[in-house]
Design a protein around this ligand. Structure first.
Ligand code: S3P
Length: 178
């Protein structure tokens, strides 16, 4: 597929959503290189805007402040087109965010089991939501609590357990082009 065709098919932004540790950033970088589309990481945008790390934002200003910044950067990004956007795991928690994403993007949900997520995030110090709860049981509970919101938001779903980045990318493309 030629770059021009890709840009036509992916006129809208591709929004990658899913629980922490489902591989959104990794897949985003891969797709961006593969398709020649610009990649945007919403968490990185938040850090840039706030001038501090995500754990520091939570610690100093609390979660609501973080969520407000998240909604703000999402709105900014949605004014553009043809981007691969990797979203923070909590983006689906606000109806306002979901409406924004549905209006401007094609929404891809990445999934993984709680065990896989735990293996991927267990050494992370950058996820305040899991502070003091870094275990499979808590991850499973929170994932279940959010499951319906993720599923209702998604245009398509790709399971990532045991797959390579290439396999996930290919599966996603097949579904996007179907
Ligand atoms: C969050 C997920 C994080 C980050 C913040 C909150 C969440 O992003 O936005 O720590 O509530 O699930 P990742 O999903 O990229 O880890």
């Amino acid at each position: 597929m030629k770059a021009e065709q890709i840009k036509e098919v992916f006129h809208k932004n591709i929004m990658l959503i899913g629980f922490m540790g489902t591989g959104k950033s990794t897949i985003s970088s891969y797709l961006s290189k593969w398709l020649g589309l610009e990649e945007v990481d919403l968490d990185a945008k938040i850090v840039e805007k706030a001038g501090m790390s995500i754990p520091k934002i939570f610690e100093q200003y609390g979660e609501v402040y973080f969520r407000n910044l998240e909604t703000e950067v999402l709105k900014e990004v949605q004014q553009r087109e043809q981007l691969i956007v990797s979203c923070g795991g909590g983006i689906v928690l606000r109806d306002e965010n979901v409406a924004q994403m549905k209006a401007h993007g094609k929404i891809v949900l990445l999934t993984a089991t709680p065990e896989t997520v735990y293996e991927r995030v267990k050494d992370s110090k950058n996820r305040p939501i899991l502070n003091g709860h870094m275990n499979v049981e808590y991850i499973a509970q929170l994932m279940e609590k959010r499951r319906e919101r993720y599923e209702q938001c998604a245009d398509l779903v790709v399971a990532t357990d045991g797959k390579t980045v290439e396999q996930i990318g290919e599966e996603m493309m097949m579904q996007l082009l179907a």
